[in-house]
Each structure stands twice: as C-alpha cells, then as structure tokens.
Design a protein around this ligand. Structure first.
Ligand code: ATP
Ligand code: MG
Length: 371
C-alpha cells in the first residue's frame, strides 16, 4: 500500500494524564508520522466511553481527564491542522457499529483475549462481576478503527490482540454482508521499533507502566517530580556496591535508556562513554553506580520533556480553544463515521427507506396476492 493512502488512527483512555509509556509506545510515533506527512488522514481520539466501562463509580475522573489527554496531545506536538482530534462518545455511530459487531464474536472468543484477561485480573473483577461493556471493549475498539476505515494503527504491544480481533470481525462482516466486496478495511498494527518501547515497565519495575497501577512518569511531571521518580526507580536489587557487576535484565533504568537514549546524549550528558553499549558493558562488568545511570537518564528525560512542558504551559492558558479544537474534530470525525455507517447499513440491507427495490418488491408481492 502506498504510504500516502494510509488512514492512521489511535486513541487513549482518559483515565489519567498520559505517561512516557504512551509516549514511546504510540504518541511519539504519531507525531513522527504527522510530521512526515505521508498519509491520507490521521485521527487521534479520546476513548471516554471505553474509560467508563471500568470507571462507572467515577465518571467525574473520566470527564476531567478528557481535557488532560487533549492537553497532552497538543503538548506532545500533535497539530490539529494535520490530525483530527476527537472524543469517542461524540460519535454515536461508533456505538451503532459496535452493536452490529456484537453478533460476530462469541463469548469464548472474547474470553481468550490475553490483554482483557490480564486487565480483568488487574482490576480485581471477580468471576462474572465484570461489566459487560468492559468485557466487550475489544469489539467497541474494532468499531472505532473500522468506522474510519483505518489502515494503520500505531500502538503498544498490549493492543495486538485487539487488532487481531478487529481483523477477524472485518473478515466476518465482509464475508457475510459484502457480496464479494470489501465494505470494511482490515487494519494493520504498527508496533514500536524497539522491544523496550513495546511495553514500557513502570518505575517500580512492574510489567507495564499504567495509569491504573500508579507507577508512571507523566509527560506533565515537573522537573522536581521527575527527579524524585527517577531516583526511586527499580534497578538491580543485587547491585549493592558500585564494584559489583550489575544486571541489565529487568533493570528499569536501562530499559528506559533503551527507549530514550541516543548516541548524541553521551556527548551532551556523559562524555566518558560513546554509546549505550559501552555504558552497559561497564555496568555489567562492575564499577558503575546506579546513581550515575539515573542521573544520565534524568538528563535525557528532562531534555525530551522540556519542549512538551513548554507547549503544555501554552495550551493550559487556552482551554476554551482546546475544547473548540475537539468540537471541530468531533464534527469532522462524525461525518466520516456516518458515511461508513451508510455503507454498513446498505450492505446489511437495513437501509429500508432508501431501498427502492425492497419497497417495490413488497408492493408487487402484495398486489399479486390480492389478484
Ligand atoms: P489504563 O490503565 O486506563 O488502561 P493505560 O496507561 O494502559 O491506561 P491506555 O489508554 O490503555 O493506557 O493505552 C493507550 C495507548 O498507549 C495504547 O496504544 C497502548 O498500547 C499504549 N501504552 C500504554 N501503556 C504503555 C506502556 N507501558 N508501554 C508502551 N505502550 C503503552
Ligand atoms: Mg490500557
């Protein structure tokens, strides 16, 4: 497929501010794609309806975080002139499409989704107490993607099962209703380039940095907050004295360095080494303290976050303008989703009032039966 024909789409749940896991997993890539400009359309949306599926006791949290996520988007460098930013709940066509998709997925298929399984455990839903909306969110996600005929979805590794599910749904839908044509488009996942970015661990060393786990470095953290978090980061519990050899595996500081560090950072912040390989070699050999590595990481993170903080300060003073950007984005997104839903209803033959043939057929059948 020609890069210029790509329709790029991703979203985030407004359950908190965005963190550096989002950044390396998806947000950094979105900004890069936007700046390269090789696509037909790009959509980035705030998944408020999805966030409600497991926050039903705290709708205010979701409401407040819509603007926080929007501010994070603009701060990260997304440009509303080039990307449509919208809020999921303001495009009701997405609910309609989800409802039709519900018929195409079995309970057992949904139960096998490994990300949903982990998330159910993480949230402590016992047995059958899982809200149906939460359990079925991969279906709603398939609707979010396909309503815009997205071809390319830049996301972290946790989203792999969602994309597989979406593709199954699209194939099923096209098979049943397409009459030989592809009404909906199968999306491709676009994963981060490096293993570290696929699923950035939390500062506590836990498998995933996640708003719900409280182990995040937020894009909006102040330099002071950042310093406290980096200093308390999980490293190698066996590396007690500087002379001891250190381990890299599961060492969060090095995972973050893998995700953020560039060779040029050494020149700027740690000129005793040429690159990350040299630093790692010294650490594993022994004689390099965690403090030096943390300080280096802190410098790099501050360097990356500085322009983001600056843009946030700008947009924080322009909140009504941010809502206006979202309102326009919702309008634009809705028009596209409406057009897809017209195709979907036509394919499903539930467009009764536009279906002249159907009306004539029925009329004929009844007039014949009278004679
Ligand atoms: P929640 O805990 O509410 O689910 P979250 O922190 O997991 O929030 P999401 O809104 O579910 O964030 O994820 C948004 C996007 O960011 C997805 O594309 C996801 O793959 C990516 N992402 C989230 N966390 C990470 C991470 N730790 N590493 C890499 N990518 C991530
Ligand atoms: Mg999540």
């Amino acid at each position: 497929m020609d890069k210029k024909d790509r329709v790029i789409l991703t979203g985030d749940r407004p359950t908190g501010r965005l963190h550096i896991g989002h950044y390396v997993g998806s947000l950094r890539r979105r900004v890069q794609l936007q700046n390269e400009g090789e696509y037909k359309k790009m959509y980035v949306f705030i998944a408020d309806a999805q966030a409600l599926t497991d926050n039903i006791d705290n709708p205010e949290k979701v409401r407040q975080n819509v603007i926080e996520v929007a501010l994070d988007y603009l701060s990260a460098g997304l440009d509303p002139e080039r990307v449509t930013l919208f809020i999921q709940s303001q495009v009701p066509e997405l609910c309609e499409l989800s409802f039709y998709f519900m018929d195409m997925v079995s309970v057992s298929r949904l139960s096998r989704n490994p990300t949903v399984k982990t998330e159910i455990q993480m949230r402590g839903f016992a047995g059958e107490s899982i809200p149906v909306g939460f359990f079925t969110y991969p279906i709603s996600q398939a609707a979010d993607i396909t309503a815009f005929k997205a071809t390319t979805v830049p996301v972290g590794e946790d989203q792999k099962p969602m994309l597989e599910q979406a593709n199954e749904i699209v194939r099923r839908f096209n098979n049943i209703y397409g009459g030989g044509k592809d009404i909906l488009v199968e999306p491709s996942i676009m994963l981060p380039d490096s293993q570290a970015c696929m699923r950035l661990p939390g500062t506590d060393g836990k498998a995933k940095m996640s708003k719900s786990l409280g182990n995040c470095i937020y894009l909006s953290d102040t330099p002071k907050e950042l310093k406290t978090k980096v200093n308390s980061m999980f490293t190698d519990p066996e590396h007690i004295h500087v002379e001891q050899p250190g381990h890299l595996e599961g060492n969060t500081v090095f995972t973050y360095l893998d995700a953020f560090c560039e060779d040029s950072d050494f020149e700027k912040f740690l000129p005793d080494y040429k690159n990350l390989d040299e630093l790692k070699a010294h650490y594993t050999r022994g004689g390099l303290g965690d403090g030096t590595c943390k300080k280096f990481l802190l410098n790099i993170l501050n360097d990356r976050l500085a322009p983001i903080r600056e843009r946030r300060a700008y947009w924080e003073q322009r909140i009504p303008e941010v809502y206006e950007i979202l309102r326009k984005g919702c309008e634009e997104a809705r028009a596209v989703a409406q057009a897809t839903l017209d195709d979907v209803r036509r394919a499903m033959k539930i467009n009764y009032f536009d279906d002249v043939e159907l009306i004539q057929e029925q009329a004929k059948r009844y007039s014949l039966s009278k004679k």
